[in-house]
Write a protein that binds this ligand. Sequence first.
Ligand code: NAD
Ligand code: ZN
Length: 357
Amino acid sequence: MKQLVVETSARSYPVIVGTGLIETELMKQLERLNPSRILVIADSAVQNLYGDKLMRAVSSFPSDVYAVPSGEESKSFQTYYDIQTFALKQGLDRKSLILAFGGGVIGDLAGFVAATYMRGIPFIQLPTTLLAHDSAVGGKVAVNHPEGKNMIGAFYQPEAVIYDLDFLKSLPESELRSGFAEVIKHGLIGNEELYSWLKQEIRNVGRINDSMLQRMILQGISVKAAVVKEDEKESGVRAHLNFGHTLGHAIESGAGYGKISHGDAVAAGMLFAVWLSNRTLGADLPYEEIQSWFRELGFPTEVPSDLDTDLLLGKMMKDKKASSGTITMVLLQSIGECRTQAFEKDRLKSLLEIWRQ
Ligand code: NAD
Ligand code: ZN
């Protein structure tokens, strides 16, 4: 078991990563918080697999479970409202505690419930996907609105993040790969040593063992925690976390959500950002090396050919970080060192066309 501390203005909280933590570390946190009631908000697939184990671990407190169907559709205002109704009917009060038991969907949803139920009650993240190393830390919680993803939300920090690796054993390889793209992102933007180790050791996501998982989760989280500490509310460097995501989100949305995984889209987006860094910042990044590593890992190394460049640019202009005719890209001066750079739409379009050829 290993631990690090995330510091924010609201509170400092531990992130604990290891195996068998539900019986030990979760218990310690529950004893510290001594909640009047516990509400487990769970992904139904995760609850089916591990719900009995979790409920045994929390059985010394009055507890309820609310399981939501797996998938992004559950990050909705309706589900949020239904959970609030359930919580009120079960008699949760201001001393009650929420446990978010699942991947990023559950963390965002349960976190937003916790942030707003009776003006805010404590919650603990129990992440069960690799991608959740990104989402469980930093305090962004939200539900989606038909007008846009994550549009209704808050900044609200958990009491603790307990990453029990035993739960990740059942994660499908495609989900592991999607989360792995974000680990690579954290290496590229903030930790050269993490990047080099990943590139050296991980050539097949199917062969990632517990000790590798522990290391990549902790180091990825520490990059994110450092960025969040410097810029909690996203007015400056927090934008660096968007590396690979400007084009990545455009690919995801252009292809139609669910057609291409978030990690695959971000991998292609990161590759373009690396190429663009060399081309426009005069950086000397090992583009070909990264490209062939991504190929080995099974990530796409180009944008699907049926996605039109104009369509992608249109999507990139709609990005939250775009303003007045320019698109801001997060680039790398070197591995571990980010720069943001604004591009005129037409210039970025011609660069994207050159890269795609
Ligand atoms: P997810 O929560 O939908 O989980 C992915 C799939 O894996 C689901 O089908 C789920 O049922 C299944 N699953 C989860 N754990 C499992 C396990 N242990 N064994 C077997 N199956 C399991 O998706 P995700 O990729 O974890 O998270 C994506 C969400 O995270 C998006 O909504 C995104 O907006 C959000 N996100 C938030 C932040 C943030 O800062 N708050 C950052 C990045 C992403
Ligand atoms: Zn992402």
